[in-house]
Design a protein around this ligand. Structure first.
Ligand SMILES: C[S@@+](CC[C@H](N)C(=O)[O-])C[C@H]1O[C@@H](n2cnc3c(N)ncnc32)[C@H](O)[C@@H]1O
Length: 273
């Protein structure tokens, strides 16, 4: 049996939904206009958002009059997104489902996307095949992944953790969420699922973290990839790592006023039959 990592299980995402919305959605939101434009979403299009989280993409799409179905495996994310849809006077289907096996009809959607969510799946191929199966022939599919080499939040955490180790340790394994963070791998995953005309768009935005110390302190509340890293550290070590993080963020933000973060947005089409 495959051992799942913490960020591949719903619990941490679920409990952290509100914190995620405050701390991390400001980053993912930056890439949403790019994704909506690439998908060419139009009012009344049937659109599927897999790993919708707190609604970075589902909410603006619903506001445009798009017919949105949003799914996520974390009940806390689903509850928060339903509440946000309702308080915004918007209508959408928001359901708790695992993106690797979706209980939705074949070829129903005009467009489907997974922004920074499918990247966590234990079975990336199953997630890609589901996006393809559910999209009509000729319909658009988009997958958003962080560029492994240009994701400075990870660099800042790495530098901060290095303040605890006297000699820097070479990290060799690719983190779970970075397995598609390289153009060739992302294209391969899309094409293996049967998508055609696949193009990867490299999009960079500058993410200013207003209060890096507060951001760091909030990480255990909402970040499943980072929770296990910090869980083993004693309090004094956490304070040192926090200070290292603040310094690293300031340093990495110096030239541009924020963390220059690059996403790879892969856009393809389900082949017409
Ligand atoms: C980094 S968040 C991205 C959320 C949103 N798409 C955004 O851009 O802000 C990752 C989301 O993927 C969801 N997720 C992870 N694995 C999943 C799975 N196997 N099935 C469905 N949702 C999953 C998590 O619950 C979380 O809401």
């Amino acid at each position: 049996m495959i051992e799942l990592s913490h960020d591949q299980k719903p619990q941490g995402w679920s409990a952290g939904a509100a914190g995620y919305e405050t701390a991390f959605a400001p980053l993912t939101n930056l890439f949403v206009p790019d994704a909506i434009q690439l998908l060419d979403l139009k009012p009344a299009d049937r659109f599927l958002d897999v790993c919708a989280g707190t609604g970075a993409m589902a909410l603006p799409a619903a506001r445009m009059g798009v017919d949105v179905t949003a799914v996520d495996f974390a009940p806390g994310m689903v509850a928060l997104l339903r509440a946000r849809m309702q308080s915004g006077g918007l209508s959408a289907q928001v359901e708790e489902m695992d993106g690797q096996a979706l209980d939705l009809p074949d070829a129903y959607f005009d467009a489907a996307a997974s922004m920074f969510g499918l990247i966590f799946f234990p079975d990336l191929g199953a997630g890609m095949r589901e996006l393809t199966r559910l999209t009509r022939p000729g319909g658009r599919v988009l997958v958003g992944a962080w560029d492994h080499a240009r994701f400075p939040l990870a660099a800042a955490v790495g530098r901060a953790m290095a303040t605890l180790a006297p000699t820097p340790q070479e990290r060799t394994e690719v983190p779970i969420a970075m397995r598609l963070g390289e153009r060739g791998r992302l294209i391969g995953a899309c094409e293996s699922a049967g998508l055609v005309d696949v193009q990867v768009h490299e999009v960079t935005h500058t993410w200013a973290i207003d209060d890096p110390a507060q951001f760091f302190t909030s990480l255990p509340d909402w970040s499943p990839p980072i929770q296990p890293v910090l869980a083993t550290l004693p309090l004094a070590a956490i304070a040192r790592v926090r200070d290292g993080f603040v310094e690293a963020v300031r340093d990495l933000s110096r030239l541009t006023g924020g963390l220059e973060t690059t996403a790879l947005l892969a856009l393809g089409r389900r082949a017409s039959t």
